[in-house]
Write a new protein. Structure first.
Lengths: 282, 162
């Protein structure tokens, strides 16, 4: 359980991190809280030859009210988000979902930027950010760009980040009264979600105006339950069960020790119903 | 090799370490702190829990170089002048241990938990200790030990007020 040897660099700023990534090419990996990366390095499933530590970039730990949206610094830890009053008031979905990641020790180290950049479809925050239509600010040697959450995750542990890019900020729209929920199903405390479902539901004159559903661990990337979203659009709240029966459409869950693909599909449907129903009460 | 400096249980330590050295191994092997227990080595069991700047973390999932410049507290550093920390005393009184292997991690996680949430309910204590596994199934008395510390602190607050 000891990683292969690597060189270690400490980034003094985002620009310095980009410079270090440029020097070392794609053999280098960024280290944030390390709670996704170090476990796979200890199992030797990953063996970067250089780690660029972002741990000294305290100025990337923030939650700011930017009017119509909130800006979250990439190095903001899960424990910071679960306690943050601005997030609690305007985007409870993120504060709540962050509180379900791992366990307290993990949340003292793990960061939102690290979780997203790792790109694991079994992580909770990416699917919540998909349901929120969040945007990610990314900086590299070519300058800064903003990527929609829906365009960020490309495949299993693969994102649109190029080898010299750093995720710096996550922008989430304020919920402005929209209901929300996150349903995480696991067998034991601290486990990854077997399946998780994030829902953001806007109400309109007693019906559902629109619903956005993000799915955790239902494929190689976090996914949107598009068919169920379409069925929920303009639907009566009494028809949630029927509308969410298509929540697994277009997904490709895996079978593993925790669940079969068939059971994951079942969970996606059941948890989507529960998430939308709960969102309607908030 | 990389030169690091950290405060461990109140004492400054400087060392030259390989970047891949885990904080767990640095504390045990370089500094001889046997109270930091290696358990699962996979961020699950919490036996290796210590504090960095007063917050609980699993030392098997942190590089020693990441702790450079920080303040580390292990179970060895929580006694004061030979007197047990109230959490240690409570684990003793409530019999919050059987084999004792998980105990240093449980105690460090429990101290961090009450620091963040002094009035934690029983449910919150159970959830707050979800990162620590006890294979003797001693959770009942562990929860009681944490509650005992809460009671003692309430009593002391009442004494101070009266």
């Amino acid at each position: 359980m000891i990683p292969l040897a690597f060189d270690y660099e400490v980034a003094e700023s985002v620009d310095h991190a980009i410079e270090l990534l440029g020097q070392h090419g794609d053999e280098a990996k960024l280290l944030a809280g390390g709670h996704s990366l170090l476990p796979i390095m200890k199992l030797r499933l990953a063996a970067p030859t250089v780690l660029v530590d972002l741990g000294r970039l305290g100025d990337l730990n923030y939650v700011r009210d930017e009017g119509d949206h909130l800006a979250i610094g990439a190095m903001t830890r899960h424990c910071d988000m679960e306690r943050d009053s601005t997030l609690g008031e305007h985007c409870g979905l993120i504060a709540y979902t962050a509180s379900l990641v791992g366990d307290p020790q993990v949340r003292h180290r793990g960061t939102i930027g690290g979780s997203i950049s790792h790109g694991d479809a079994a992580s909770d925050l990416p699917s919540a950010l998909l349901a929120l239509d969040a945007n990610f600010v990314v900086k590299g040697s070519g300058g800064e760009r903003t990527v929609a959450a829906g365009d960020f995750f490309e495949d299993y542990l693969q994102t649109t980040l190029t080898p010299d890019e750093v995720l710096t900020e996550i922008q989430v729209p304020k919920l402005n009264g929209a209901g929300w929920s996150y349903k995480k199903f696991n067998r034991r405390a601290q486990d990854w979600a077997v399946v998780g479902v994030a829902a953001v539901v806007e109400r309109s004159n007693g019906s559902i105006g629109s619903a956005r559903i993000g799915l955790t661990n239902m494929g190689s990337t976090p996914l949107r339950a598009t068919a169920a979203e379409n069925a929920l659009s303009g639907a009566d709240p009494s028809s949630v069960a029927e509308a969410t029966s298509s929540a697994d459409e277009g997904t490709s869950p895996s079978s593993d020790i925790a669940a079969s693909d068939e059971y994951r599909r079942h969970l996606a449907r059941v948890l989507s119903r529960r998430a939308v129903e709960e969102a309607l009460t908030r | 090799m990389r030169r690091i400096q950290m405060t461990v249980d109140g004492n400054a330590h400087v060392a030259e370490v390989e970047p891949r050295l885990l904080l767990l191994h640095h504390l045990r092997e370089n500094l001889g702190i046997g109270g930091v227990h290696p358990g699962c080595n996979t961020t699950s069991c919490g036996a290796c829990t210590v504090h960095i700047d007063g917050e609980s973390v699993k030392s098997c999932t942190i590089l020693a170089v990441q702790a450079d410049g920080h303040e580390i507290t292990t179970v060895r550093g929580i006694t004061e002048n030979g007197v047990w920390h109230p959490m240690q005393q409570a684990f003793h009184e409530a019999h919050g241990l059987q084999c004792g292997y998980c105990t240093p991690g449980m105690i460090m996680a429990s101290i961090s938990l009450l620091k963040e949430n002094p009035d934690a309910t029983e449910q919150e204590i159970r959830e707050g200790l979800e990162g620590n596994l006890c294979r003797c199934t001693g959770y009942e008395n562990i929860v009681k030990a944490v509650q005992l510390v809460q009671q003692h602190e309430d009593e002391m607050a009442q004494h101070a007020a009266s």
